[in-house]
Design a protein around this ligand. Structure first.
Ligand code: ADP
Ligand code: MG
Length: 809
């Protein structure tokens, strides 16, 4: 790119001032003010700064700050602004929500103001942000505090009208952008010129410089003039020498006001975590939302597909609060709408990917829920930092971990993150399992979204670097799928590679409704498993609960002993509060965890009465023939010994006994199902065989004998001798019967005996053709021979004739 020297630039700006005469007059006053301000830069002492007025800042900037209620600078602002005004490169590290944006926007305004930057001077400052939303937010803040300056500011992010951006590019002084779009302009737009760049800012610098943006950022940096000022800001700052070298930073000033603080996260951020099984997660989230209807909640998930599915599903389940979803694959317009809506609303839940984890300053977020374990400590800090922002901000963070992921807590604590383990009141967890399954059975699109969410989540776990924390092989994927409403878990190819063959077979059980052929393939491999999934369908929620119970008993996980730490919250779900039990929202038709406290024997009795009154036969399974007639399952009578005994001893409502009985009965059900599957297979095989026979019968006029059990033809006379093989005719025939020849040629070359066997296919047509061409003088002879033969012999002989016929023809 074209680069101009600084003297060229000055001459250029002088010539511009000659064009705008009124500006020149005004500039005399400005010059004096600028000179004064600049002379004060070296005297700035961060410890003496109480208000923004204590900084040598232009009147326009001061007024902009005051108008927006920015009076007292935050720690990072106090310490960084002075160095930045002095023209130093800065590595700024400060907690989330501590005001880093102003710490770089104020120096940008002042820098360009002191250089009397005009629209004609092109891009003087460049701010790079890793996400569009953050770029937009920085741009909005800049417009608020810099509105009185004469500079033009531009927002260049993906998903916008490129042509529109292109035309205005040469008039922008302060450019806020995302790396990809910036590089696109650098590469494609002749109007884009940043050769006069004065100041470069990377917000969320460590993210901008990490692997995901490496090549893009390298290309951008190559295009920037090296004699610029560079400011890097983040809550988790990079100190990597390699990164600093890439940016030509040799001796940057490190500004980290919270380095000596007891915690890396804001003091006002209350942090806790819970450990639960994978199949509980969705229910925990649902219950959390149902218990926080009057709050602003941000939920982080690992993948776009999960966000989409949870959003779609929960919208259908109607939790009683506004839901929003923000993820990268959304259309840009929609992203903007959602961002603004979440900023505006107070009682709302936003499901988001890590797209929203960096820098976004959503006002008044009460809760940040990390539904999926963060990739690393940095991700945790940034996600959690979406709440408890600003000077007075307060908030709470909840991290949901699987047992294996609990190891990350050590790293969090080592990084000075105060986080306590808490537990959930099991009686408050609502399992919307049945509703989800019903929704999915009615809505194939939703089911597909669920399948994608399932696969993508596992993929994301599989791709995580930290294998100690993330181990896809320890996950109960079947139970997880079930919890998402998927009765049959989707195939997970990338895991199959590493799994035992039996597990792979089980996984091959794809959704039975999707294709019958797929089901057939898998039936052999998963007879016993199929049985399980059948019963899942009916009693899925119960199964999840029973599984969980077993797992917890086995692993001896602390059983939701509320708030192990000294956590003080008004939270219902996260803490037992007797007085609040009745204040729970009226349970929607979800299955609640059966707890002694919530058991209502009276209601059950009423229910039984009602059923008896209506003479409904409960737990009966009537099957119908294809014609619609009810059929009795003759094997239904096969019952366990226990069942027979209980039948003799009469009814009664002993729950434990009933459970035992059901378990016994289940065993018989399994056997019965297996038998059924086998019988079905047998029936299918029989049908297939019959069909094959029919097909062959159709094609083959000689009956349905297969090649293997065909007649022994070794006794047949040599046809060549019988018909005095005509050599020329043979050659000719090979030319005329390409079809037949091409199919049988291989066999012929391999085995001479095969030569005389009836070819398996295309026989009917050939035969009829052959009949047409048999010459009359030979027919008599043939009749004589055939009369002496049995049916089978005649068949074989006819075949022989067919071949001959080609020769004759
Ligand atoms: P960071 O970039 O460090 O995460 P932001 O720059 O986004 O933090 O600022 C967080 C919040 O604090 C914003 O809402 C911002 O308006 C507010 N804020 C920043 N500086 C000040 C200040 N000096 N006085 C009052 N509020 C401030
Ligand atoms: Mg920020």
């Amino acid at each position: 790119m074209k680069q101009e020297s600084s003297t060229d630039k000055k001459q250029k700006s002088k010539s511009k001032h000659r064009i705008y005469k009124p500006r020149k007059k005004k500039s005399v006053e400005e010059d004096a003010a600028i000179k004064y301000l600049q002379s004060q830069y070296d005297t700035i002492n961060a410890d003496e700064i109480k208000t923004f007025k204590d900084f040598p800042l232009s009147q326009k900037t001061l007024k902009g700050l005051k108008d927006n209620n920015y009076i007292h600078p935050t720690d990072i602002q106090r310490q960084a602004i002075g160095y930045a005004l002095q023209g130093k490169d800065i590595l700024g590290a400060a907690q989330t929500g501590s005001g880093k944006t102003l710490a770089f926007l104020i120096p940008i305004l002042e820098n360009l103001f002191c250089k009397k930057w005009t629209r004609m001077d092109g891009v003087g400052a460049l701010v790079i942000s890793p996400t569009r939303e953050l770029a937009y937010q920085i741009y909005a803040t800049l417009r608020k505090i810099g509105g009185l300056h004469d500079f033009s500011a531009g927002l260049i992010i993906g998903g916008q009208n490129l042509k529109f951006e292109r035309k205005r590019m040469d008039q922008i002084n302060i450019l806020i952008c995302t790396p990809g779009r910036l590089l696109q302009h650098m590469d494609e737009n002749p109007l884009f010129d940043c050769s006069h760049l004065q100041i470069l800012v990377l917000d969320e610098a460590d993210r901008c410089l990490d692997l995901g943006f490496e090549t893009t950022m390298n290309a951008i940096i190559e295009n920037l003039p090296p004699d610029r000022q560079t400011l890097l800001f983040s809550a988790t700052q990079t100190k990597s020498v390699k990164d600093l070298a890439r940016l030509s930073l040799k001796f940057p000033t490190y500004v980290a006001p919270h380095e000596q603080a007891a915690t890396v996260t804001p003091q006002s951020l209350q942090q806790s975590y819970i450990v639960c099984e994978i199949e509980e997660k969705l229910a925990v989230l649902w219950s959390f939302i149902r218990n926080h209807l009057k709050q602003k909640v941000l939920v982080f998930m690992a993948t776009c597909k999960q966000v989409k599915y949870t959003y779609d599903l929960f919208c259908k389940l109607r939790p009683g609060v506004s839901l929003l979803a923000l993820y990268g694959t959304l259309h840009q317009e929609r992203r903007e709408q959602i961002y603004e809506e979440f900023c505006r609303k107070s009682n709302v839940v936003l499901f988001a990917t890590d797209l929203a984890s960096r820098g976004l300053d959503f006002p008044r977020v009460n809760w940040v829920l990390q539904y999926d374990c963060p990739e690393d400590v940095e991700t945790y800090i940034h996600r959690a930092g979406r709440t408890a922002r600003g000077v007075l901000g307060k908030g709470e963070g909840l991290l949901i971990l699987l047992p294996q992921e609990e190891k990350i807590v050590d790293s969090l604590k080592q990084s000075k993150i105060p986080i306590n383990k808490i537990s959930v009141d099991p009686s408050k967890i609502m399992y919307p399992q049945k509703k989800i399954e019903t929704l999915l059975s009615d809505n194939s699109e939703l089911k597909q979204t669920a399948q994608r969410a399932f696969v993508n989540y596992l993929k994301s776990v599989y791709l995580m670097k930290n294998k100690e924390v993330f181990n896809v092989h320890t996950l109960d994927t079947d139970a997880y799928a079930r919890s998402l409403g998927l009765i049959v878990p989707p195939v997970i190819k990338f895991i199959n590679k590493h799994r035992k063959p039996i597990e792979v077979k089980n996984q091959l059980r794809d959704d039975a409704e999707e294709t019958i052929s797929k089901l057939k393939e898998k039936q052999d491999a998963s007879e016993s498993k199929d049985n399980e999934s059948e019963s899942d369908h009916d009693e899925s929620s119960k199964l999840i609960l029973e599984d969980l119970k077993k797992k917890k008993e086995k692993k001896e996980i602390p059983k939701f002993n509320f708030h192990a730490g000294g956590y003080d919250s008004d939270d219902d779900i996260l803490k037992i509060k007797q007085k609040n039990i009745n204040a729970m929202p009226t349970p929607v038709p979800e299955t609640q965890v059966p707890s002694k406290a919530s058991a209502k024997p009276l209601t059950n009795a009423a229910l039984v009465k009602k059923i008896l009154k209506k003479k409904i036969k409960v737990n009966t399974n009537v099957k119908f023939t294809e014609e619609g007639e009810a059929i009795d399952d003759e094997k239904k009578d096969v019952k366990s010994e226990l069942a027979r005994q209980s039948k003799k001893s009469g009814g009664g409502l002993d729950i434990e006994k009933t459970k035992e009985l059901l378990r016994e009965e289940d065993k018989f059900d399994v056997l019965r199902f297996r038998e059924k599957v086998k019988a079905k297979h047998r029936e299918e095989k029989r049908k297939l065989k019959n069909k094959k026979k029919e097909d062959e019968g159709e094609k083959d006029d000689f009956g349905s004998q297969s090649e293997s059990d065909g007649p022994d033809l070794s006794w047949l006379p040599d046809p060549d001798k019988v018909y005095k093989k005509d050599e020329d005719g043979s050659k000719e025939s090979s030319e005329h019967s390409n079809d037949v020849q091409s199919e049988s040629s291989d066999e012929e070359s391999e085995n001479d005996v095969e030569d005389v066997r009836p070819p398996k296919r295309k026989l009917t047509n050939e035969k009829s053709k052959a009949d047409d061409h048999v010459k009359p003088h030979k027919l008599k002879k043939l009749e004589d021979i055939s009369a002496a033969l049995s049916v089978q012999e005649a068949e074989a002989f006819a075949m022989q004739l067919l071949k001959r016929n080609k020769i004759i023809h």
